[in-house]
Ligand binder design. Structure first.
Ligand SMILES: Cc1cc2nc3c(=O)[nH]c(=O)nc-3n(C[C@H](O)[C@H](O)[C@H](O)COP(=O)(O)O)c2cc1C
Length: 326
């Protein structure tokens, strides 16, 4: 029997698979057994009620999508009244995701939603900082520090910092988040992108620019997750293009403790469950009795020292659609 459980700080997950914020919602219980998922991550909420960005909000690509949703939010009262009780009907831990326009607002919102039933707060620091003309908090170390310090002052819950990939040196931001008290990192949110309709000459998104997600981004985000895992001691959760068991294995070999699945669930609503089932088979096939054997087990070039886990070939689980993914 393979052990799929992982620890993210003090939090124990039955397996390392969870949804990316905003890509999973109430209603999914009609399609999948929610008790099988490692953890729930809710859609990001903001202090104020928000409509979100103008339509169209998504455009499809061959191997991913570009979205500009704009974080429509019903605010914290609705979250506490409707969303927390919904997820508390199931066994996996529940992660709230928050965003705000200033460090103080982040802190205030986190204090407000630190209620029974919320196990972790994920700080989505990819959102615009109004004090910096809309530049994302996670683009600068100082702003990352401000937000996390403010949040840590206002809640006793574990805090995960969800980084933006739209930076030059993500390891530096990862370190700033860790130094400011983040308990784990989620690497990462969507990469800035755009698309133009060549018939109408109009942008394909109402907001012109959006974020690209799905399998197309995986090699880039995998590289960033690897850099972050090298830069910090806290757990790193990989998020970008996970659609198959091989994707999970790659992120974990690169140093991640768990992964989040986003776009793949839009293609196959059962993607996460298929990946969880396939993961046990993959580990069994590799003769590993715990998924934690994968964490950081990539063999660095030139390192064949005794005691280093020989990286098994993952080609056999990567080429097709074994994870039920895209
Ligand atoms: C439709 C959509 C909505 C999203 N909403 C949020 C959100 O509210 N908060 C957040 O932190 N990330 C949000 N994301 C980003 C995802 O959580 C994830 O970081 C990203 O999609 C990369 O993972 P993927 O390649 O597996 O999709 C959203 C992504 C999509 C596609």
């Amino acid at each position: 029997m393979v052990d799929l459980s992982v620890d993210i700080g003090a939090l124990k997950l039955a397996n390392p698979i969870m949804p990316g914020s905003g890509t999973f919602a109430e209603g999914m219980e009609q399609v999948v057994d929610l008790n099988c998922i490692g953890a729930f991550v809710a859609k990001t909420i903001t202090p104020e009620i928000r409509e979100g960005n103008p339509q169209p909000r998504v455009t499809e690509l061959k191997n991913g999508m570009i979205g500009s949703i704009g974080i429509p939010s019903k605010g914290p009262e609705h979250f506490i009244r409707e969303i927390v009780p919904f997820y508390n009907r199931f066994t996996p831990p529940f992660v709230a995701s928050v965003s705000a326009s200033s460090a103080e607002e982040f802190g205030e919102l986190c204090a407000q939603i630190s209620v029974e039933g919320v196990d972790v707060i994920e700080a989505n620091i990819s959102c615009p900082n109004l004090k910096r003309d809309g530049e994302a908090f996670g683009m600068r170390c100082a702003d990352t520090t401000d937000v996390l310090e403010e949040i840590k002052k206002r809640t006793d819950l574990p805090v995960w910092a969800k980084l933006t990939p739209n930076v030059g040196n993500i390891g530096e931001i990862a370190q700033a988040a860790e130094d400011a008290g983040a308990d784990a990192l989620v690497v990462a949110n969507a990469l800035l992108a755009m698309a133009i309709d060549t018939e109408t000459f109009r942008p394909k998104l109402g907001n012109v620019m959006g974020g690209i997600t799905g399998p197309v981004v995986k090699p880039i985000i995998l590289r960033m997750a690897y850099q972050c895992a090298k830069a910090v001691d806290i757990p790193v959760i990989g998020c970008g293009g996970v659609a198959t068991v091989a994707d999970v294995a790659e992120y974990m070999l690169a140093g991640c403790t768990a992964v989040q699945v986003g776009t793949a669930s839009f293609v196959h609503p059962t993607a996460m469950i298929n990946i969880i089932d396939g993961l046990a088979d993959y580990l069994e096939g590799q003769g590993l009795n715990s998924v934690t054997n994968l964490i950081g087990a990539m063999v660095e070039p030139g390192n064949n020292a005794e005691g280093v886990v020989e990286a098994p070939s993952i080609r056999t689980v990567g080429g097709g659609n074994e994870g039920g993914g895209v």
